[in-house]
Design a protein around this ligand. Sequence first.
Ligand code: BG6
Length: 509
Amino acid sequence: MDAIKKAGPTVIVIFGGSGDLSWRKLVPALYNLYLDKWLPENFAVLGLGRKDLNDTDFRAHLHEGIDKFSRRGKANQDDWDRFAKCITYFKCDLSEDTTYTNVGNQIKQLEKDWKGDVNHVFYLAVAPEFIEEISEKIGNAGLTTDKKHHRIVIEKPFGRDLESARALDESLSKIFDEGQIFRIDHFLGKETVQNILAFRFANALFEPIWNRNYIDHVQITVSEQLGVEKRGGYYETAGALRDMIQNHLLQLLCLIAMEPPVTFDGDEVRNRKVDVLHALRRIKIDDVSRYAVRGQYDEGWIEGQKVPGYREEQDVAKDSNTETFAAVKFFIDNWRWQDVPFYLRTGKRMKDSSSLIAVQFKPVPHQSFQNETISNLQPNRLIMNIQPTMGIRLQFQAKRPGLKMVLNPVEMQFDYKETYTTGTPEAYEILLLDVMLGDTSLFMRADQLEAAWSMLDPIIKVWEENPSISFPNYASGTQGPEEAEALIAKYGHTWLNLPPVKNDNKPQK
Ligand code: BG6
């Protein structure tokens, strides 16, 4: 989050360097940081992997990834050649101690050449079962002794329930201080997500009404048209609750519901967010079916294409009980939010790819307009579009031009693309830079994770112990299972299904 400091000399060691994350996200992000001159002069990437590659093959593979996935499109050859010099590959077995001795020797050589304090960033882009072993070996090799400059980055899933997350934390804490551990939730690096803090705490306008007196309910939706693609193996062990709600959606909820921080220091923001998680009303085992709904996609049609059902996907069991859709109703038991429902919903193979937060305000206390005037009335809503459309919309009523008094819902809009011409950095650019700077504010702290897992544990337990008899229960290309409508209809609410906005400022009918 620090826009002024520049990182000191840094070596990034990527475990799983020849894997997909590195190819699609990490190296394109580093390359863009390089183009924007955010990387330190002394900088190196060491990719570790099992594939039999030399430096030239490895660099060619990464070049291809940049051409495909970088937000700037194809790399300019001269820029790439200069950047590629920082990258080396090391074919190795991650279970062998010699791997870590060799990595240590390479780092020592760089330290000699560069002088001064060098940041060691160990990025674990590997399957979760390897985290403990690798981190232990990094520690045993003496590569993490400088608590200020040696860091480890861990991708989700961080545990699969409260117990396993605690066990993982305990084992990491034997090697690293909390300030050295960077647990990634890439949603927190998204521009639109960071803008929630700016919107709430740099403007006096909304804060006075940001509470139970004026807000009727909040909806957080992350819907994706994509299915599980080639990630069936992982997804079978996760499901929508663990994959999305436990981390991304609960973090969005925290940003909407948190109290104003005194500063934007790493721990202050995280303290305010964890306060929200601690105030979430615990869902009792017997109440799970009243608070949470699950779904699994069947075959269907998305944008004219026939797509298979989840159980037909690669590496997925034919009788899988894994949910690809989850919706949960939360309450926050504190003064600001008592009795205001927060509805969270996410699903794969949905009708639209659209992530948004809708804050719906209460109706006026007395309606002076006649029924025919307000037949088209819609509640006031503030909608934060996270992606793919990025912006904020405020929906309110206005008089339709004409001799009669007829009210019509209209919108005020802030649209990133219209307002800013500069490119928007990808989440991984922001997060990787923060890792190099040692700024933990956008990363998950152990207590946040535990609080999030403890909220979801009852749902996980009930869903695992009672396989769904109705799966698959929604067709691909729809808004998810009908039970999700019922979940919120009980309170007189309906899900807001907004397709990505076209810039025509037309009211939603
Ligand atoms: C990941 C999940 O964390 O987030 C994926 O594992 C999901 O299942 C992805 O598709 C969504 O992220 P984004 O940035 O593509 O919206």
